[in-house]
Design a protein around this ligand. Structure first.
Ligand SMILES: Cc1cc2nc3c(=O)[nH]c(=O)nc-3n(C[C@H](O)[C@H](O)[C@H](O)COP(=O)(O)OP(=O)(O)OC[C@H]3O[C@@H](n4cnc5c(N)ncnc54)[C@H](O)[C@@H]3O)c2cc1C
Length: 493
């Protein structure tokens, strides 16, 4: 498959890592099997191996392959309008306080980790700004919520930004970094401390036998642990319909060289959201621009969204020269807080962590600290409060809202006619199912013309043009039809 150019992966040592020597097989029982090698899985694994636990990380693709290796690389306690949104939904709930405490703890963790292991970071102001007069009150609400949460923000009525801005709240001294460098350094430390890693192995099922959880998957994968952490974004084994409590949100990032990139990390309040920051990579001065978030597999064509970001950049940063454009997705939970804790069902030996609403460089690390602490007995003071409670009656309207969205997504796909790949792509891919249907719950897939993928509008599963699972709750490839007559088939690509 042709991957759009991901700037973080333009490096001499790409993040594809070989597996540990030898498949551990079913005879060895690990204290914890962590499924997924993004920031969540690696933070969990690292905390556990540091606490003396035996850990195996099983990764379907390669470390950082899905969301963690494609982020904007902002590590910040000021997160757009998150705090005011949480306050609106939850008031002064202890869970919101725990969220802020966990974010600050994760920020410290990342800063210390990067200092100790030579990951380059830059200290920058994080800025939430009003791109229109209508958004000033939203920025003011975020400022007030941040102040009340104890963050040292300052309010600016006439911010000096390179784009139109009517007000801003600014939190100094946050971090920006290269997320792939972070993932690779975390992986190296997991290994140095004795953790093991299996890559290219997709987990499909869990089976509880006595005190042990058997982790089963592709190509005869069978490993076992006393505890399993699903750090896979959307949970790939589901006992309590977590997929129905999460909304997959895709958004786009473009990287540019720029002679004078901004020295801050900005995010606009209101719509359309624009996220941007400056930086340097491999000695080049660069600008990152992101936005155009939408529910996966729904709405206008993906390439249209990328073009909108190009036009916006052209207007505000005319000296920018594009280097690459890519996208990624993260999950929104029903209550806006991370979904961290037990998976539910008959066993208490499986945990899950997701739902970071695009702030997983802190929330994923916090989840790792919390889940590892629960295993090692060294629980952070905020972790108990951060855990997700079982759904309550008051969650019902939000739950129904997500389900209505899912139904509309499917209806929209069918009404507009299924967007299929152009014939040449179908031929190259060896001819997938003519009407691709998601192997998770049967959603009608939609062709994503920017990433050249099939995306599911129901729960966000995504497949490459030749049907392999890329991400989301699905664990099985699309069925393939015989090669189209008169084409060279897969070998022609
Ligand atoms: C465009 C964009 C920009 C963002 N920018 C920022 C930012 O600047 N700052 C910030 O804090 N957050 C940001 N985020 C959010 C952040 O990137 C995510 O919250 C975070 O990376 C999630 O990490 P994760 O480890 O939970 O998931 P992932 O990184 O997706 O890792 C999950 C891993 O599990 C593996 N996996 C999945 N299924 C299986 C299976 N069945 N078997 C084995 N392995 C499996 C996957 O291959 C993957 O490697 C951004 C998100 C997006 C979409």
């Amino acid at each position: 498959m042709t991957e759009p150019s991901i700037w973080w992966q333009h490096r001499a040592d790409p993040p594809t890592q070989p597996s540990v020597p030898g498949d551990p097989g079913p005879q060895e029982t690990f204290d914890v099997v962590v499924v997924g090698a993004g920031v969540t899985g690696l933070a969990t694994a690292l905390e556990l191996v540091r606490a003396g636990r035996s850990v195996l990380v099983v990764e379907a693709r390669h470390p950082g392959a899905v969301t963690s290796g494609r982020t904007t690389g902002k590590v910040s306690a000021l997160q757009g309008t998150t705090l005011s949104e949480l306050r609106r939904r939850h008031g002064d709930s202890p869970r919101v306080t725990a969220y802020v405490e966990s974010t600050l703890a994760a920020l410290d963790w990342v800063a210390a980790f990067c200092d100790e292991h030579g990951v380059a970071t830059q200290r920058r102001d994080a800025v939430t700004y009003a791109a229109s007069r209508d958004d000033v009150s939203t920025v003011r609400a975020e400022h007030d919520a941040a102040l009340d949460a104890g963050l040292g923000v300052r309010f600016e009525t006439d911010p000096d930004l390179p784009v139109p801005a009517y007000a801003a709240t600014v939190l100094p001294d946050q971090l920006q970094l290269d997320p792939v460098e972070l993932v690779l350094a975390m992986l190296e430390q997991v290994r140095k401390a004795g953790g093991r890693l299996l890559t290219g192995r997709r987990v499909q099922r869990l089976r509880q036998r006595g005190e042990t959880v058997h982790v089963l998957g592709e190509d005869g994968l069978e490993v076992q642990g006393r505890h399993v952490v699903l750090a896979t974004g959307a949970p790939v084994v589901d006992r309590r319909m977590h997929f129905a409590r999460l909304t997959p949100q895709r958004s786009y990032l473009l990287a540019f060289t720029h002679p004078d990139p901004p020295d801050l990390m900005a995010l606009s309040a209101g719509s359309p959201g624009r996220s941007w920051r400056g930086g340097e990579l491999d000695g080049r001065r660069m600008l990152l621009v992101g936005g155009e978030g939408h529910e996966t597999g729904r709405g206008p064509r993906e390439s249209t969204r990328v073009d909108r970001l190009r036009r916006w950049t052209d207007e505000h940063f005319p000296d920018a020269v594009e280097l690459g454009a890519w996208s990624a997705q993260d999950y929104m939970s029903l209550d806006g807080l991370p979904l961290v804790g037990g998976l539910g069902g008959p066993s208490s030996s499986v945990s899950v962590a997701t739902g970071y609403r695009k702030w997983g460089l802190t929330s994923g690390v916090a989840a790792g600290i919390a889940l590892a602490g629960a295993q090692s007995g060294a629980e952070a003071p905020w972790s108990e409060r951060l855990y997700t409670r079982a759904p309550r009656l008051r969650d019902v309207p939000a739950f129904l809202g997500v389900q209505a969205g899912v139904a509309l997504g499917q209806a929209g796909s069918l009404a507009r006619g299924v967007r299929r790949p152009p014939p040449v792509e179908a031929a190259r891919s060896g001819g997938c199912a003519a009407l691709p249907v998601c192997t998770h719950l049967g959603g009608t897939l939609r062709w994503n013309d920017h990433e050249q993928t099939y995306d599911c509008p129901l729960h966000g599963s995504r497949f490459s043009a030749d049907g392999e699972v890329l991400e989301g709750p699905a664990t099985r490839a699309l069925p393939r039809l015989p090669r189209l007559p008169g084409t060279g088939g897969r070998s022609s690509s």
